[in-house]
Ligand binder design. Structure first.
Ligand code: NAD
Ligand code: UGA
Length: 444
């Protein structure tokens, strides 16, 4: 099939790469000229495992190309995916201006029947809005269908998630459009759920909000465990063993970040209020999430601090991990930004390290009282404590004895529970983690 993808970010690039890999002819569009130039020059603008190889392979095979011209792409396509950003506005509602602009560009280029598919995460009713824009801007009565096909991929494992999704949701009242999209997805052999468009739009937000709720729930349990002297890992195992609950997405930590959960929880609250059915439970979900970093920073200040107003003055702290999660360089809503800001405000100087996100982190974290290091041991050099912010695999495999020897004071604050308390204590390091008792160093 001939496909175009409008918006070549995390979702658009992965979607374009996978569809081309399945044998379709795909044109990816972006308004960002430098991004398109990079892609045309064989460079991948984002860090996502397996993506650069898949893009390179399909470009070589002549099935994948990049352009800044929506008109060029749309004219040559039967199916057009809208994958532009839908960032949050100040009040929590979704900024649909990129979707609106993309729909206008698509409308201006219609030269025959098309299926226009919204893959961007958009509030219920946006498909109707897209249809109206296209009706208003097309030159003649060229027929088209609008379909909602929300995306559920996770960054860091986006190719895998796209090839093996738990389900594919196709929201449309058009049997012909549903059949055509089902045909497109058929090779990946995963369950396809066909719904009306409004339900498909709500499925996306309800899924993200439910996952965010699981995270805030287990983080609240972790708070209780810390006070009661229990172990949140044991509790998670106990509740996750109940098939009705399941173990997934119950990792206690610094809370959820990234480009989607925070904005999508806010957007669902906003939409629900607009419809007169306030989604009260999500207020607590967001509030618990907002409290994670202040609470953790406070524990660091209490352990290392010397007194107000700059309790961490003279303290050097290693920050391990800057990206919002492992296997990505995405810094959107990364917890590292707030942690670094709070620790510096308290007077600390920081030595940070991330395997891939350093360059994207610099403009957000700044240069004052921060050094960007080349590895975890360098970051730990002379540090009074090391803070684990992102659970990169290479941190899980660190040589803890070497880390201890690099530090001036061997203390780890683990915001992602990547070690067992016994393992860290055995390496002669004091260990503070989430929802588990703190332990002192043990003689080895
Ligand atoms: P992104 O910011 O990485 O990419 C969006 C791209 O669209 C940018 O490169 C931008 O320049 C481009 N763009 C904006 N307006 C355009 C236009 N009119 N024409 C052509 N290009 C245009 O965003 P993303 O992370 O890929 O997210 C895209 C959408 O998918 C959002 O709605 C998001 O909520 C949703 N989503 C994201 C993920 C994820 O993991 N990132 C997963 C599922 C769903
Ligand atoms: C999330 C969803 O998992 C995807 O299904 C969805 O498509 C995507 O949002 C989206 O709509 O953009 P993503 O943000 O890439 O994907 O990453 P996740 O793995 O879901 O992690 C999100 C945040 O939750 C991270 O900050 C992570 O550290 C945190 N998290 C995750 C926890 O704190 N505990 C957990 O158990 C799981």
């Amino acid at each position: 099939m001939n496909i175009s993808v409008i918006g070549s970010g995390y979702v658009g690039l992965v979607t374009g790469a996978v569809f081309s890999d399945m044998g379709n002819d795909v044109i990816c569009v972006d308004i960002d000229e430098s991004r398109v130039r990079m892609l045309q020059g064989g460079e991948c603008p984002i860090y996502e495992p397996r993506l650069p190889e898949m893009i390179a392979h399909n470009r070589r095979e002549g099935r994948l190309e990049f352009t800044t011209s929506t008109a060029f792409a749309v004219r040559r396509s039967e199916i057009v995916f809208i994958c532009v950003g839908t960032p949050p506005k100040e009040d929590g509602r979704t900024d649909l201006s990129y979707v609106e602009a993309a729909a206008q560009d698509i409308a201006g280029a219609l030269n025959g029947p098309k299926i226009i598919v919204t893959k961007s995460t958009v509030p219920v009713g946006t498909g109707d809005f897209v249809r109206k824009i296209i009706e208003a801007h097309r030159h003649d009565g060229t027929p088209f269908e609008v379909v909602s096909n929300p995306e559920f991929l996770r960054e860091g494992q986006a190719i895998r998630d796209t090839l093996q999704p738990d389900r594919i949701v196709i929201g449309t009242s058009s049997e012909a459009a549903a059949a055509r999209l089902s045909e497109l997805y058929r090779p990946i052999e995963r369950p396809i759920l066909i719904t009306d468009m409004h339900s498909a739009e709500i499925i996306k937000y309800a899924s993200n909000a439910f996952l965010a709720t699981k995270i805030s729930f287990i983080n609240s349990v972790a708070n209780l465990c810390e006070r009661a002297g229990a172990d949140v890992k044991a509790v998670t195992k106990g509740i996750g063993a109940d098939a009705r609950i399941g173990p997934a997405f119950l990792e206690a930590g610094l809370g959820y970040g990234g480009s989607c959960f925070p904005k999508d929880v806010d957007s669902l609250m906003y939409t629900s209020r607009e419809f007169g059915t306030p989604f009260e439970i999500l207020k607590s979900v967001a509030a618990e999430n907002d409290s994670r970093v202040p609470r953790f920073a406070q524990r660091i200040v209490e352990r290392l601090g010397t007194g107000a107003p700059a309790p961490l003055a003279g303290r050097r702290i290693a920050i391990l991990g800057l990206a919002f999660k492992p296997d990505t360089d995405d810094m959107r809503e990364a917890k590292s930004v707030e942690i670094c800001s709070r620790l510096r405000q308290a007077g600390a100087s920081l030595r940070t390290y991330d395997p891939v996100a350093t360059e994207k982190a610099r403009p957000l974290i700044g240069e004052e009282n921060v050094e960007y290091c080349r590895n975890a041991y360098e970051a730990a050099q002379g540090a009074d404590a090391a803070v684990i912010v992102t659970e990169w695999r290479e941190f899980i495999q660190l040589n803890l004895a070497r880390l201890r020897d690099a530090m001036s004071q061997p203390i780890i604050f683990d915001g992602r529970n990547i070690y067992t308390p016994a393992q860290v204590a055995a390496a002669g390091i004091e260990y503070h983690s989430i929802g588990r008792p703190s332990v002192g160093p043990r003689e080895t």
